[in-house]
Structures are given as C-alpha cells and as structure tokens.
Design a protein around this ligand. Structure first.
Ligand code: TNX
Length: 493
C-alpha cells in the first residue's frame, strides 16, 4: 500500500531500483525558464522535506541521463491517464534509481511533486527513499477548494500561507477567502480607505482583527500560484455587510453609521438598492478587487440576506455580477444567488441542504456551473461530535467518515453531473481564533474533502483511505499543525 491521498487513478509497484535521495540528489529540469522556475521552487520544498539542499540543473543534450538519486521534471503532453485532458494530469515513475515526474504543465508537475512527497520513506541511515513505482493520475474535478473565513477572526499572511502549503499536499487548487462580513473588513480597497481604516479592527468576541494590504494580497496570490492554487476573493453582498455600513454612513438609509458588531448572528445587515451610494460603493469595491485578483473568479457572496427585500436582492447581486463581468471576471455566488437570472453565466455554490435545491439544478440548466459545499459533509467548522469544544453544529456534527462518505453527483437531485465544476470545503471562524484551532478543524477532514474532489467514485474506498491517512499525522506534526484524532481511523503509532 502506498499512502497517497487523494487516491490516484493508477498506482503500480515496479520491480526496479528505488531512488535514494542524498546530498548528491539533483533536481533536473527541462530547458525553459518556466521549468527552471518550477524546479527552483520544488527543490526548496523537497529540500525542506528531506533536510537537504537540492541543486537544480537544467538538462541539456550532454547531460540528459538521470543519475541515481536524481529527480527529473519533464513537460510532456503524453503524461497522465489516456483520455484525460486535465492540465493537472501527471505520471510519476521511479525505477532505475531516479524519479521522473512528467506532466503537460507545471501545475501537473506540482501535483506529481505532492505525490512524491507522500511516497518518501525515511531510511535507517537518515536518508529518504522513493519506492520503485509508477503513478498515472488526473483529477476528477477541476475545482478542489477550501473556503476560509478570515472575517469573523482574522488570519494573517503567515497563517494563510501555512494553510496554502497544506492544501498543496493534498492537491487542492482553489483558496476562497471570505474577506468581508459583519464583524470586519479584511482587504485594503484603495478607492475606499475607510473600509480597512475604520472597520477592520474588530472580530468576533472583540479581538483585534486585521486586514490584508494590497501588497500582502498580491504576495499571497503569488505564493499560492507557485503551488498551483488560485485565490478567489469574496466580498459578500448584500447581507453580511455591517463592516461596510459602519465604515460608510451613506450606505445606510438614515445616513448614520452602524456600530461595530462582534457577535455571531447572521442575516441582519443589508445594503440598500434604492440608495445611490450603493452602486458607487459596489463599483469602487468590486472594481478594485477585480483589478487586484490574478485568477478568473471573484465571489459576490449573496447568502443569508434575510434583511433584504426580494427585489433589492436581485438588483444588488445582478449589479455586482455585471460589474465583475465587465471587469473580466466570472462571478461566483452562494446557493441563494442561483435564483437570480444573472447566475446563468456564473458559478453557484451549494451550502445549505435545508434550502430548496431545485434552483441550483435550474441555474445549471440555464448555464451555471455548480460548486458543491454541502454543510453536513464538508463544513469543517461543524463540530466533530456533540460536546466538541470548537465549532458550530447547525448542520449537525461531521466526523471524518461523514466528510468522506458522500457522492458529489448525488448531492443535488436533478442536477446534470456535467454542471458540477468541483467541490469546496469551508471553514468559518466564529469559534476559531488561532492556527491551532483552525488546523484542528481542518485535519484530518480536509484530506477527505480532497479525496472526494480528486478521486473517481469507483476508486474511492473508506478502508483504503483510512489506511492511507493513518500515518499522515507525522507530517502534520512535523509542520506544527494540530489535528483531531478521529476515532474513525486506526492511527499509526
Ligand atoms: C453559514 S455558509 C454561513 C456563514 C456562517 C456559517 C457557519 C454561508 C454561505 N453562510 O455566514 O459563518 O454558516 O457555519
């Protein structure tokens, strides 16, 4: 058994020589600048894993033959399973003493590297072996995400980078950041300085808050992109807007700034479609956010607008979607947004299994893509069990087995499976105040979500997953990440 999570399409033990990674190990890349850049980044990551500096060399005609212990990166459109057109497909082959990672794109190479990292076995002499093996692999879904709420409690650049590094190990590729809510505004908006100037300094329970500067947001996106992860910023409208209503009094019908809010109720705040200030606010904020976002998507929220009249809701979300489209971005909205005609060229995100699901299927028929985040399965802020000290339980408790044991294609009755763009776990931070608490909720459940997103149903199996995950805590602990010792798994000693 090779402890690879998520389970690849094909894993075959080979008879040849394993690769022993030593101080002589080189990372051999192809000749392009892109390959060299990926090689340098991967050498740093791998070097950290095995505690060795790894030299990066570019293969040329004289020096093509891999030496024992080498890791070779190769851009190769023929890599991956036959018939797959995913840009993330890859083939990893280790025999003859060297490991060759082949993929059509650098992103595919990154996925192969994640697999390599999980295959490394420490030797008695303090080195590492890559076993003789062939892995041929590609993901089921192109969107494999984690939504992280940095609004209820703020998590800064260092913490979020550690979450990104964790995501890469399990081949997740979208980090959705919930950047605004009633309790605080978390992204600097150059055209609207009061958002962070006046409304970022609080959080749930009255803690200090914080925000990302434009430069930090850029740095985070570059850090994520180097790991094959796209950042999707969310500015939630028309509800979840108390921080904005605090910073800009003119967004309130009475012209009076709302007081700061540090509780955990939802659904009381709203933008007002009849105020002229609302449109200019949306244009400024979403224009700035679109301009600073590298990826193709911006999330407009649209959830739990219990304080918004039906027509106002439609006016505001359709305006937000239009602004984003004009700025060249594809809008994403929570489930409630599916009822808006403007969702037909957008991504709609399932979350609440108690709400009617038919609008999602209808939006898909009209052209929308559907992203699945069923709260009773992959809301990683749900308690593991009754009485668990962290988390909420409005969608029930979610143990590891619950997060693993569901089939995306069956989540929404009547939904065309072709419309499913992927799945996204979510972690809301009403009760989570630091990285230890956050990591405890993510681990191990995030790895289950990653396998549901990556691995085809016919290759998924709980017992196999539980065995493959059983030793992974060592790496979590080596990285200083807390985790929940789920009773569902017989953890390795
Ligand atoms: C529902 S999910 C929310 C969030 C809460 C979360 C807590 C969604 C679109 N809205 O505002 O933080 O539940 O689990």
């Amino acid at each position: 058994m090779f402890p690879i999570v998520p389970q690849p399409v094909e894993v075959t033990a080979l008879a040849g020589q394993p690769a022993e990674l030593t101080s002589a190990t080189r990372l051999v890349t192809g000749a392009t600048a892109e390959e060299l850049e990926a090689g340098v980044m991967l050498a740093a990551v791998l070097g950290g894993l095995i505690d060795q500096a790894i030299a990066v060399v570019q293969a040329d005609a004289d020096d093509d033959a891999p030496r024992p212990g080498d890791i070779v990166l190769r851009l190769d459109p023929g890599a991956g399973p036959a018939g797959s057109d995913s840009e993330e497909r890859y083939t990893l082959e280790c025999s003859g003493g060297a490991a060759v990672l082949a993929a059509p794109t650098v992103t595919g190479i990154l996925r192969a590297m994640a697999t390599l990292g999980q295959l490394l076995a420490p030797t008695a002499t303090g080195g590492y072996l890559v076993p003789a093996v062939r892995v041929v692999d590609a993901p089921r879904y192109p969107w494999r995400g984690l939504s992280l709420d940095v609004a209820r409690h703020f998590f800064g650049l260092d913490d979020v980078k550690r979450v990104v590094s964790l995501m890469t190990r399990y081949k997740l590729n979208v980090l959705h950041l919930h950047l605004s809510d009633d309790q605080g505004w978390r992204l600097q908006i150059p055209s609207r300085p009061a958002l962070t100037g006046l409304a970022s300094g609080t959080s749930v329970g009255g803690g200090p808050g914080g925000f990302f500067t434009v430069d930090e947001f850029t740095e985070l996106q570059l850090f994520a992109r180097a790991r094959g992860i796209t950042v999707v910023p969310e500015i939630d409208v028309p509800g979840h807007t108390n921080a904005a209503l605090h910073a800009y009094p003119e967004l309130n019908p009475d012209g009076v700034a709302k007081p700061v809010y540090t509780g955990i109720e939802v659904g009381f705040s709203t933008l007002d479609a009849s105020l002229p200030a609302t449109e200019s606010f949306l244009r400024d904020v979403l224009g700035d956010v679109a301009a600073m976002t590298h990826g193709p998507w911006v999330h407009l929220g649209g959830d739990e607008a219990h304080g918004t009249a039906r027509e106002d809701y439609e006016a505001i979300v359709s305006l937000a979607a239009r602004i984003l489209r004009e700025a060249g971005k594809t809008p994403v909205g929570w489930q409630e947004f599916a009822a808006s005609p403007s969702s037909s060229s957008a991504v709609v995100q399932l979350w609440d299994m108690r709400l009617p699901l038919e609008p999602l299927a209808a939006a898909a028929r009209a052209g929308a893509q559907v992203l699945l985040s069923p709260a009773d399965r992959i809301y990683l802020d749900m308690k593991y069990h009754d009485g668990y000290p962290l988390g909420l339980d409005w969608a029930g408790t979610v143990e590891l087995r619950d997060a693993y044991g569901w089939e995306p294609a069956e989540a929404v009755p009547g939904l065309d499976p072709e419309a499913i763009v992927g799945i996204e776990a979510a972690v809301w931070t009403e009760t989570l105040t630091d990285l230890d608490e956050l990591a405890t909720m993510l681990l191990p459940r995030l790895t289950a979500a990653a396998e549901v997103a990556w691995t085809r149903p016919e290759l998924r199996d709980w017992d196999s997953y539980a065995a493959r995950i059983a030793g992974q805590w060592r790496r979590w602990e080596r990285n200083g990440l807390s985790w929940h010792r789920s009773p569902n798994v017989d953890w390795a000693p």
